[in-house]
Design a protein around this ligand. Structure first.
Ligand code: SF4
Length: 314
């Protein structure tokens, strides 16, 4: 892959910096950056076809400009959505490019592997540092040999995707940017619904594991598949409406209204019930010793017992 194409596809790379200069923050680049942020907010995983050298350089500059806008805006929800979308787009690139280029992207994040022709071997530290929050990536489900383990090619790409997301999510605060950046931030801010993203049920009415997931959603932290499934079965189990569950999920960085409603519908249609505490433990989501068998039994406990458990879990 040519240097410019690499920087265009992976604008967070060191090499991309050499294509950017302050003079590039012009009206056109700011408009592209705004569209890029909007794409992130909507979770649209689509790539943009760029042909001329100038278009590619503007595209790289728009990434830096978008980060500047987000750094001034200081809205963690938008930033996290932007990071998720950009990392998924980068992942779609990783699925198309040759192995050598994948290696190169991985090296940016210290994700290096040994391929002996049969297996891909990764160091445990690199694996742990970049693992997505999924049960499949828990060490308990891995065979470790001398601090290393085997991974699949798709898992390697997933680790890189996660590393990209985390890198993009960290945005330095921008205190006094040029006026055009401030104006762009105001335009983005105007698109944020001001009242619909409030968690509609009180966190302290629920068992510690659920309270933690609700707090996570409220703080725009991406929940893994199992956490989302568990939370949805619990909320349907206590008769929270589909609209209210969707509102809670709308705070997640990769929220998609249609998919969320479909999944809630599937949980109801297939009759999935709230898992037992023992099962929640296998998901790695249990965080207290409630001794209640099922999270739904939380609601049968006395106020004093609830407080005792909550204090004990802190
Ligand atoms: S014991 Fe059950 S209810 Fe309590 S935190 Fe663990 S899974 Fe949740």
């Amino acid at each position: 892959m040519e240097e410019l194409d690499f920087a265009t596809a992976f604008p967070f790379s060191e090499g991309a910096k050499k294509y950017i200069s302050n003079s590039l923050i012009n009206e056109k680049v700011i408009e592209i950056a705004i569209e890029r942020i909007k794409r992130g907010m909507a979770g649209e995983i689509r790539t943009t076809a760029l042909f001329s050298e100038n278009d590619k350089i503007e595209w790289i500059a728009s990434f830096a400009t978008a980060r500047m806008i987000l750094g001034f805006l200081k809205n963690s929800n938008i930033t996290n959505r932007f990071a998720v979308t950009e990392s998924k787009i980068a992942r779609s690139m990783l699925d198309k490019i040759d192995e050598k280029t994948v290696e190169r992207v991985g090296e940016i994040f210290g994700i290096t592997t040994i391929n002996d022709g049969k297996n891909i071997i990764i160091d445990m530290c690199a694996f742990l540092k970049n693992s997505p929050r999924s049960i499949d990536y828990k060490l308990i489900n891995r065979k470790l040999t001398g601090g290393r383990m085997e991974i699949k090619a798709s898992e390697k790409r997933r680790l890189i995707e996660e590393a990209i997301r985390k890198r993009i999510e960290i945005i330095p605060l921008v205190k006094d940017p040029p006026q055009e950046i401030k104006a762009a931030a105001s335009r983005i801010d105007a698109l944020v619904p001001k009242s619909s993203t409030t968690v509609v049920i009180k966190v302290d009415n629920h068992p510690p594991c659920i309270a933690k997931l609700l707090e996570g959603a409220k703080n725009h932290i991406n929940l893994n598949h199992q956490a989302r499934f568990y939370l949805a079965t619990y909320l349907t189990g206590i008769n929270v409406s589909e609209d209210d569950i969707t509102k809670i999920y709308s705070d997640l960085p990769d929220f998609n209204d249609r998919i969320t409603r479909y999944q809630i519908g599937q949980i109801k249609k297939k009759g999935y019930t709230t898992p037992s505490c023992a099962t929640v433990m296998t998901y790695g989501l249990c965080c207290a010793v409630c001794k209640i068998g099922s999270p739904l039994n939380w609601h049968k406990l006395s106020k004093d017992r609830k407080e005792e458990i909550i204090n004990g879990s802190k």
